[in-house]
Design a protein around this ligand. Sequence first.
Ligand SMILES: Nc1ncnc2c1ncn2[C@@H]1O[C@H](COP(=O)(O)OP(=O)(O)OP(=O)(O)O)[C@@H](O)[C@H]1O
Ligand SMILES: NC(=O)c1ccc[n+]([C@@H]2O[C@H](COP(=O)(O)O)[C@@H](O)[C@H]2O)c1
Length: 183
Amino acid sequence: MRGFYIGRFQPYHNGHHRMVEEIATEVDELVLGIGSAGDSHSPRNPFTAGERIMMVNKAVSDFDITTYAVPIEDLDRNSVWVSHVQSMSPAFEVAYSNNPLVIQLFKEAGVEVHQSPMFNREVLEGTEVRQRMIEDRDWESLVPDEVADVVREIDGIERLQRVTATDGSERLGDDEDRDPNPC
Ligand SMILES: Nc1ncnc2c1ncn2[C@@H]1O[C@H](COP(=O)(O)OP(=O)(O)OP(=O)(O)O)[C@@H](O)[C@H]1O
Ligand SMILES: NC(=O)c1ccc[n+]([C@@H]2O[C@H](COP(=O)(O)O)[C@@H](O)[C@H]2O)c1
């Protein structure tokens, strides 16, 4: 059976890794959707799709399943998003997500969805990892070693610190939450 798991993976962290470990007990092949693939160089989405593919591919190589990383760009229309995903991905029978919108869209499209528990969510959250990167605090312990290597190879910490300094929105945790016309 082939499964599908999508995330922004900004960066891929140990919570994602635990989820893939669980999924690997249920499927023999897994498509990892690299969500918001067109986004990069912003506080919430610092890494390009190609960089995230490197992180994911290297980190999941330990698991005994076949994986495919597929970049998926965002669409303005949620109503056709599942068709868009299916048009870009190898065919899959089950989708894995803990994101309420993703779960809703797959269910409405008739795709079976499995959720997993949240693993150590107090710290295993992309927002927390990026905040620690910005503040030069320990972030390496929250990601697989292979991901830390990629972040260092691409000078990811310097990039995140620079785009945050020029943008200043990371503490909001969501680029869209920013007031475009602050007084
Ligand atoms: N600690 C975790 N345990 C289990 N699932 C997780 C964990 N963190 C994220 N996920 C799930 O992985 C998927 C992809 O998550 P995503 O890439 O948005 O990471 P995130 O940690 O929620 O990031 P951000 O804080 O940047 O929004 C979602 O379904 C999300 O709920
Ligand atoms: N209309 C759309 O483009 C649409 C809808 C639902 C999810 N998504 C994407 O799927 C991914 C879901 O991942 P997260 O669970 O990490 O939020 C994100 O990249 C999100 O932007 C896109």
